[in-house]
Write a protein that binds this ligand. Structure first.
Ligand SMILES: NC(=O)c1ccc[n+]([C@@H]2O[C@H](COP(=O)([O-])OP(=O)(O)OC[C@H]3O[C@@H](n4cnc5c(N)ncnc54)[C@H](OP(=O)(O)O)[C@@H]3O)[C@@H](O)[C@H]2O)c1
Length: 257
């Protein structure tokens, strides 16, 4: 892998963790395909990737639509070559209690967070197996292990994502293809902005009640991006870390002693 250039597809590359991952890949001299719905925002990220030394391709992508996934992967391969890294990062968070959510809202959380990663993965994995090289990253959430109220569909989707990542890991063992789950904790990005402001006090109160909100610390998106890239650093001939959980902490944590 070290002699081969990184050719990466990053979903949800228009902001937050996806954008930060794309910029770091650019710094490594990678070829990076950026996908998301907000194309104008992708163009801004594309300039940053190029400024860092990467080669870039930006294209509209709705991961909830299998045809959009197929078109994105085909166009990206034409522009940059066959991918050896897929970062399944696109995510969506409804933040509604089950009794408040519409069927359409519940469907959307599952489509974007779970089915989207499945559609993208099935597009790239056959080629990766044939070439006997490729890494598939799944950006999960600690909400899969520690479910939160108001995030039933989101937590269920991220839980499903963990199962899917593990199954891919088993199904591709020995092929040169690796499946890695990067389970993310609270992160500064645009993710919280989609939470309904009027429900926010009730949501935070409920999370405290259920013991799933220890503090309001969050980490920069760049920290998650670095964790993603560290996870694929191990040579493919070696054993690799299949699950990583990233939490805010280290020096940013306040100690009383
Ligand atoms: N921030 C946190 O605290 C946190 C915690 C745990 C896990 N995560 C996970 O981290 C990942 C990245 O989130 P983030 O924190 O960086 O939030 P963000 O800044 O809101 O980024 C989400 C990205 O997903 C894209 N996206 C949403 N729906 C999409 C669709 N249908 N098709 C393609 N792209 C779509 C958005 O782009 P467009 O709107 O332009 O399509 C955006 O680029 C998500 O999977 C999230 O679940 C975040």
């Amino acid at each position: 892998m070290s002699d081969t250039p990184r050719i990466a597809l990053v979903t949800g590359a228009s902001s937050g963790i996806g954008a930060a991952t794309a910029v770091l890949l650019g710094r490594q001299g990678a070829r990076v395909a950026l996908g998301a719905r907000r194309v104008a925002r992708l163009e801004e990220v594309a300039k940053q990737v190029e400024a860092e030394g990467g080669r870039v391709f930006a294209h509209a992508l709705d991961v909830a639509d299998p045809e959009s996934c197929a078109a994105f992967c085909a166009e990206a391969e034409r522009a940059l070559g066959p991918p050896n890294l897929l970062v399944n990062n696109a995510g969506h968070n409804l933040s509604a209690r089950v009794d408040q959510a519409t069927a359409e809202e519940l469907r959307r959380d599952v489509e974007v967070n779970l089915l989207g990663a499945m559609y993208m993965t099935r597009e790239v994995v056959p080629g990766m197996i044939a070439r006997r090289v490729g890494d598939v990253i799944f950006v999960g959430s600690d909400a899969a292990q520690r479910p939160r109220t108001y995030q039933g569909a989101y937590g269920a989707a991220k839980n499903g994502l963990e199962t899917f990542a593990r199954v891919l890991e088993m199904e591709t063992e020995g092929t040169g293809v690796r499946s890695i789950l990067v389970r993310v904790g609270p992160t500064w990005s645009e993710f919280g902005a989609s939470m309904p402001k009027d429900r926010l006090p009730a949501i935070l109160e409920s999370w405290k009640y259920w013991g799933v909100l220890r503090h309001l610390n969050a980490m920069p998106s760049e920290h998650c991006a670095r964790a993603i890239l560290r996870a694929v650093e191990a040579p493919v001939e070696e054993s690799y870390t299949t699950v990583v959980e990233v939490q805010p902490g280290g020096r940013s944590k306040e100690f009383s002693e």
